[in-house]
Write a protein that binds this ligand. Structure first.
Ligand code: CA
Length: 429
């Protein structure tokens, strides 16, 4: 999570909140134009400035010098920062990649394994365990993908290349404090290009404010201790205003041709929404989500417009939103938490004839492209630039709309088109 940046760091690029990449060639051209990271002299000067700041904030010279020893700018970090994809990722792609059967099954397994820790977290912070696990699953695939970039290097690069300098300077100073505390070893302090790290991808300043030692070993280690990470996430959500016992929201039906208010910031009481004809779709069943009182403030979300699924959301949706300021993110976490409790998918389908794909289906798209001789890199379910380029090429060969998007239509075309129609490999630049 990086406040204000709307970048979901460990989520593959194709399902980042925002957009699809522009065609590979153009992207390469843009990257080539990016000004080089600080030259050696200016880097030294930058680090000297950082040293002064760090020492004034109580970082010892030995901590600083050890952390900064041999640090060189990481050009990939700048590329990631500058990345400005062009097309919006449809919400159905975003949700399909984050909330699929695989993640639900993995999450259920983790809930059994970490049952007692989750029970303690619920007691300590009053936050629903399904939401804690959903955050964990989306942020790092249950700890499996925490990011491999050295935090000190990434953050120094961003500061010294003047990228949102004051923001990243604060994160770098927080990282140095973590090192000095000894809570997390230097070799464990790796993460995303922007500095989010650990099982639930805290930024260093967030860690400083909210991480807790939940396994009681005296260290707040959200990288190597699942208990610390889950406890810290519960603490985060509680501080973000979690209301114990209240659902995040639920799916609703709106009247046909509804033209009333909507949007996360437009709140009114549940009674007022009912008066407008908004109706809860999920059954209120024993052991399911409670029905909030009529006076509860709620907002109506129409993430794909009035023809798609609609949701009434309460205070807890905002708590999740606080974790990573994107409604598509919050809805994915919320929905995953419901699926972990056994709920089915949304009742109302997304308004598209070309739905998004699960990670298993994305891997199938990649495998079928590979079978056709396309260079798509590893079959990992992450649709990156190479996969998009290959999809565009395949779409073009089939007379389909060329957008590089891995959707059901492309998958079906790959399934039904004979493999012998092999084309020259699309070489990524
Ligand atoms: Ca601990």
């Amino acid at each position: 999570m990086v406040p204000g940046m709307k970048v979901q760091l460990l989520i593959p690029p194709d399902v980042r909140t925002v957009r699809f990449a522009r065609p590979v060639a153009l992207l390469a051209a843009v990257v080539a134009l990016i000004s080089p990271v600080a030259s050696a002299g200016s880097l030294d000067a930058c680090i000297a400035g950082l040293r002064k700041t760090a020492l004034s904030r109580g970082i010892s010279t030995s901590t600083f010098d050890a952390a900064m020893k041999g640090v060189e700018p990481d050009p990939d970090v700048i590329k990631s920062f500058e990345y400005q994809p062009e097309f919006r990722t449809p919400i159905w792609d975003y949700v399909a990649g984050l909330v699929d059967d695989e993640r639900v099954a993995d999450g259920r397994e983790q809930m059994v394994r970490w049952d007692s820790v989750l029970g303690e977290a619920e007691r300590a912070y009053g936050v629903d365990r399904h939401v804690i696990v959903a955050v964990w699953g989306v942020e790092s695939n249950f700890g499996r993908i925490q990011g491999t970039r050295e935090l000190v290097r990434s953050l120094t690069t961003l500061v010294c290349a003047n990228k949102r300098e004051s923001f990243f300077r604060g994160e770098l100073m927080a990282t140095l404090s973590i090192l000095q505390s000894g809570d997390i070893a230097a070799e464990s302090l790796t993460g995303s290009w922007a500095g989010a790290f650990g099982q639930t991808q805290f930024m260093p300043t967030t860690y400083q404010r909210l991480a807790v030692d939940f396994d009681g070993d005296g260290k707040r280690d959200v990288v190597n201790s699942v208990a610390d990470a889950l406890g810290s996430t519960a603490n985060y959500l509680e501080r973000a205003g979690w209301v114990t016992g209240q659902p995040w929201g639920y799916e609703v039906r709106i009247p046909e041709n509804y033209a009333g208010p909507s949007g996360r910031r437009t709140r009114q009481s549940l009674a007022q929404w009912t008066a407008l004809g908004v109706r809860r779709l999920e059954p209120v069943q024993a052991g399911g989500k409670p029905q909030p009182a009529d006076s509860t403030q709620a907002a109506l979300l129409l993430p794909a417009g009035p023809k798609g699924p609609a949701f009434l959301v309460f205070r807890n949706f905002d708590a999740i939103y606080g974790y990573n300021a994107a409604e598509s993110y919050a809805l994915s976490i919320a929905h995953l938490s419901d699926r972990l409790q056994g709920a089915p998918g949304f009742s109302t389908p997304w308004p598209t004839d070309d739905p998004g794909l699960s990670r298993a289906e994305r891997r199938e798209v990649q495998q079928r492209l590979l079978d056709r001789g396309y260079d798509i890199g590893a079959v990992d379910g992450m649709i990156g630039a190479k996969s998009r380029s290959a999809i565009s090429d395949f779409q073009s060969s089939q007379g389909l709309t060329v957008d590089g998007r891995a959707g059901l239509r492309v998958l079906n075309a790959l399934r039904t088109t004979p493999v012998q129609a092999k084309r020259a490999p699309a070489t990524a630049q």
